[in-house]
Ligand binder design. Sequence first.
Ligand code: UDP
Ligand code: MG
Length: 312
Amino acid sequence: MTIRLAIVVPCYNEEAVLPETNRRLLAQLTRLQELGLTTDDSTLFYVDDGSKDNTWGLIESLAAADSRVHGLKLSRNRGHQWALMAGLLAVEGDALVSIDADLQDDVSVIEAMVREHLAGAEVVYGVRDSRQTDGAFKRGSALLYYRVMKMMGVELVYNHADFRLLGRRVVEALRQYGEVNLFLRGIVPLIGYRAATVKYDRAARFAGVSKYPLRKMLNFAIEGITSFSVVPLRLITLLGFLVSCFSFVMILYIVYGTLVLQAVVPGWASSVVPIYFLGGIQLLSIGILGEYVAKIYLEAKQRPRYFVEKVI
Ligand code: UDP
Ligand code: MG
């Protein structure tokens, strides 16, 4: 059995790594074809996410140099998830592998992914075995993130980013998800079908700098939770219930103190502390509600999700 494979690579200002990425991925395609796993019309598909450097020019020249290389240019920067989605929805092939441009993911693992797919898995997750090359902060925050997501009831594959193989059926299922707040890591497990994982060591970025500064990472984390879980809203309700119970007990105690003990001293603390306490909880709760209202607002507008400027 041979399949038509397409490797989708989102790129944002990646001119520093792209030639090397292209060299390694093409070598991989050649190898898979020699092994008889993939067809000769398997492709490498770059998505230029509105880069400000010469990434698109580079993609054009790479495409001119090898007929297996193709590309798509978005009209502006839409972020990693959308660049990836645009590529997945545009490219043909029986199985699509998505991989970052920076060579942090081990390209040789693609062979194992294809073999798993041939053995019947519709989704193959690339899972990092070690995170030695990431800084302590990135590692710690990632671990915390998975913990929180799990607590919130969001099903995620541990230590899996966006390096995965999707069979045609899964890609067509993905097409039906109309959401504007896109979090592929959360959606793919929801689709179902048979899944497999392959492990690899994550390397450091080959060249260039991370396009995910702390601010973007935090945004991405909040997006992931509020798009997939209503647990924070439920927590507000629980908190409200607990605080109400507590106040009720307080009232009983005050009544008891006044009538029976007749020893209630008018206190400053007992009137000021609850004001701050309740004020804080209320602001927090309104903030969480706001996150969800914002989501509804964005989804309700049903804006077009991206525009394709050019395809080669
Ligand atoms: N990327 C993108 N659009 C963006 C930001 C990033 O297409 O707005 C691409 C980027 O070129 C890379 C991948 O998404 O191929 C992952 O980005 P990066 O390696 O910077 O993230 P990190 O590995 O640091 O989380
Ligand atoms: Mg990276």
